[in-house]
Design a protein around this ligand. Structure first.
Ligand code: ZN
Length: 335
């Protein structure tokens, strides 16, 4: 059992009881944000406290006209050439679900799945990408050629953290390079569109956009269907399970995600007191798009384990892939 699997198992089986006795920071009664993130007002974070006492806000509906526009754009790319769209397949549950839906709803759209390996992809994620591409009879290109470039970019990102959250620095640098790699491939191969499984929350928080598309003069036209469909996380997990799109036990984001995410999360907890991934999940909880308890327990256990030094070995291993040590990245000693 590797650390993410062990973590997942502890979070669901042991932590629900153990958390009562563990000393960790308080978390918002509405979402999951830690009190280390912002000052609470009667047990709630400022965002939940300002929301008329309701913890759930409804995720804004995407207007019908916008959905139709998305549909027309996608259909417009069905041209009968070799590939109509490059599909960024990460090996995680969101992109597996997305590929299933795109193949079901747009069977004539010819997709080239591309898995961009950043050097941190787990073997589970690579295997899942392979399985799901085969399942939906799409071509798959595993792009390993940029691993060296990823190492340089990620190393620089870690070194420029300076106590800031890694979500907006390291994770963003990783996402940006994956995108740039996909875009360059699409341009070289004359593929007009690119499809990726970012959620509307990620688009908003990482890219600063509130629509389902991104255009560039040199192409391709980037499309984010989840921003139109607004499928909740539990719904995606359920569909992935029902359709058996992932290997058993690998549909959890903690398990299918990379050592990189773990390293980022541990550094965040040790420097900020919380993981900078928490606001994304807090927003999904507020919108009723994910299970509060799953993420509450996950982030609580992460805080507990990281502050007790239980993840030091994983942190060292992750960073050593970039030729870094925790001491290079943080101005403080490990617990
Ligand atoms: Zn809150």
């Amino acid at each position: 059992m590797n650390t993410p699997q062990l973590f997942e198992s502890l979070a669901t089986k042991v932590w629900p009881m153990a958390r009562r006795f563990a000393r960790i920071s308080r978390r918002c009664r509405g979402c999951i944000l830690s009190e280390r993130h912002s000052t609470f007002i009667s047990g709630r974070c400022p965002i939940c406290a300002s929301g008329s006492g309701e913890s759930k806000v409804v995720s804004p509906m995407v207007p019908h006209a916008e959905r139709q526009r998305f549909d027309a754009i996608v259909r417009g790319y069905t041209r009968g050439k070799r590939y109509d769209a490059l599909f960024l397949l990460s090996g995680g549950k969101d992109s597996a679900y997305l590929l299933h839906r795109m193949r079901t709803e747009y069977p004539d759209l010819k997709l080239l799945c591309v898995t961009v390996n950043n050097g941190f992809m787990s073997s589970v994620a690579v295997a899942n990408a392979h399985d799901v591409a085969e399942r939906f009879q799409t071509d798959l290109l595993v792009h390993n050629a940029s691993i060296g470039e990823f190492a340089r970019v990620l190393r620089d990102a870690f070194l420029s953290l300076n106590g800031c959250g890694s979500y907006g620095v390291v994770d963003k640098a990783d996402g940006d390079l994956i995108f740039a790699t996909g875009r360059a491939l699409a341009r070289e191969m004359g593929i007009p569109a690119m499809i990726a499984g970012l959620s509307w929350v990620q688009l908003e928080q990482i890219m600063g956009i509130t629509t389902f598309e991104m255009t560039e003069p040199a192409g391709p036209h980037s499309l984010f269907p989840l921003a139109v469909w607004r499928t909740g996380e539990q719904e995606i997990r359920q569909a992935v399970r029902d359709l058996r799109l992932m290997r058993p036990g690998s549909d959890s984001p903690v398990v299918s995600n990379s050592e990189l995410i773990l390293a980022m999360s541990v550094i965040d907890v040790l420097t900020l007191g919380y993981s900078s991934f928490e606001p994304e999940f807090a927003q999904l909880v507020r919108e009723g798009k994910t299970d509060r308890q799953v993420w509450l327990h996950t982030f609580e256990l992460l805080e507990f384990a990281a502050t007790r030094g239980l993840l030091n070995k994983d942190l060292r291993r992750g960073l050593s892939k970039l030729g870094l040590t925790p001491e290079d990245v943080m101005k403080k000693e490990l617990p």
